[in-house]
Design a protein around this ligand. Structure first.
Ligand code: PFF
Length: 448
């Protein structure tokens, strides 16, 4: 079978759609503040190391499972697990993770829409730093605007998913991903030409290993998982849409390169600007919503760059929310036999029902905490630090130790085009390196 009529129509379509799923708020919002809080360049090096050693093999693993089973995340483990139905629980974990991530992710995605509106209407123009912070807290702590913007983002995503895999996901990704790259490059040129840019570049690229802590190493790994959307079935779902003749090593490598490149470019946009205007690089999650508007206010044509930046952030978020919703919709369509449109509406409403608690976590529900965390923080921590690594660990055990080696080789080698040596390296990483690394990290995470 050369044409996979339910899936992506070309290699580039597959790469752009999956890269769109990977490239998101994680790269432009989460990565810079993680790097800022963990001392800069050394964090970047450790992050890249994890992407190569664990991220790419795990992505190949998800693609193998998806393409081999031709099934959504629950169906994949049912089909490939044979009579061992217990593996299906791993698929269910993926569905739960997608719901939880989408619930808090859509909040930050909604903020982005609000910032596009604020930038376009000039409401951030010329505000003093205090007023910029005040604007962010007034908005994020509000009781209805965050909900409205979250709902708008969910609706936009639902619309794309209803249009289908080829006409929705693939088409939108093919248009938006190149735009995202161009906008990012425009922003890079602007940032690099600011006087004082070199200090930011030093911060980003000059490793100072003295600043790295055990927690920083864990965060670098967690960030690589979150950024590449690994460990919960997003790439299994997209794997089912990849054509049989596409090479999974090449596809995974391209996606990882795009993803890391966008994170690094985002760093090149943000840190020179932060240093040039004397802001704090360790500004935390609010880095892009508070620090950057201040930066834009202190540069010529800042308002235009502010619009460009938040549109870019919105695009990155949208291609990722699409991949989150597709996990849920593929499950509902294939397992529950729902229509695509209905599945998309029901799943989005469910996410909104849960996500509303996250949207209100900064204001009315600030005091509503579980294990000392707001619902937003709880979902973020539960997924990135626990469900994704645990899901990934069980997944590598499944494919490396339970599923027949010949099947893995067959799926990866497209009739023998993957060199034996590459397969050997992959299989070694799958069976030994990934599980051991994941166990160590989980133990650290749990006792630390
Ligand atoms: N990889 C996305 C990002 O970096 O923003 C986040 C994400 C999307 C995680 C989809 C998981 C997922 F299924």
């Amino acid at each position: 079978m050369t044409d996979n009529s339910r899936g992506f129509t070309s290699s580039i379509g597959a790469i752009l759609a999956a890269a769109g799923g990977a490239v998101g708020l994680g790269n432009i919002w989460r990565f810079p503040y993680m790097l800022g809080q963990n001392g800069g360049g050394a964090f970047l090096l450790i992050y890249v190391f994890f992407v190569i050693m664990i991220g790419i093999p795990l992505m190949m693993t998800e693609f193998v499972i998806g393409r081999r089973s031709q099934s959504n995340v629950v169906g994949a483990y049912r089909t490939m697990g044979g009579k061992h139905k217990g593996w299906m629980a791993l698929g269910v974990l993926g569905i739960v993770a997608a719901l939880l991530i989408y619930a808090f992710y859509s909040v930050v995605a909604g903020w982005t829409l609000n910032y596009v509106v604020l930038s376009c209407s000039g409401q951030l123009n010329g505000l003093a730093p205090d007023a910029v912070s005040q604007t962010f807290s007034d908005f994020s702590q509000g009781s209805y605007l965050p909900l409205i913007y979250q709902f708008a983002f969910l609706a936009l995503t639902g619309l794309v998913i209803t249009m289908g895999v080829q006409k929705g996901i693939e088409k939108v990704s093919k248009v938006l991903m190149p735009i995202l790259f161009i906008l990012l490059l425009v922003m890079c040129v602007r940032s690099l030409t600011l006087s004082g840019a070199s200090q930011g570049l030093n911060f980003l690229f000059k490793p100072d290993f003295g600043k790295i802590t055990g927690k920083g190493v864990l965060e670098a790994l967690g960030q690589s998982f979150f950024s590449l959307s690994l460990g919960m079935g997003a790439m299994i779902t997209y794997g089912t849409y990849i054509r049989k003749e596409d090479k999974l090593l090449k596809t995974s490598t391209w996606i990882a390169v795009c993803d890391s490149l966008v994170a690094i470019l985002a760093g090149i946009v943000i840190f020179p600007a932060v240093f040039a205007f004397g802001m704090d690089p360790a500004g935390g999650p609010e880095l892009v919503y508070i620090v950057l508007p201040n930066v834009f206010n202190s540069m010529p044509f800042g308002n235009i760059f502010s619009i460009v930046f938040f549109v870019l952030l919105g695009i990155a978020a949208l291609t990722s929310t699409i991949s989150l919703l597709e996990i849920l919709v593929a499950f509902a369509v294939e397992e529950l036999h729902w229509k695509r449109g209905a599945a998309s509406v029901v799943a989005s409403l469910m996410v909104f029902a849960i996500g509303a608690f996250c949207a209100l976590s900064f204001g009315p529900l600030k005091e509503f905490t579980i294990f000392g965390k707001t619902v937003f923080d709880l979902f973020d921590m539960l997924t990135a630090s626990y469900i994704m690594p645990i899901g990934a660990l069980l997944m590598v055990i499944f494919l490396g130790w339970f599923y027949p080696k010949a099947g893995v080789r067959d799926e990866l080698s497209n009739g023998g085009t993957l060199k034996a040596r590459f397969f050997g390296i992959y299989y070694f990483l799958l069976r030994y390196v990934a599980p051991i690394a994941l166990i160590i990290i989980l133990i650290y995470g749990i006792i630390g």
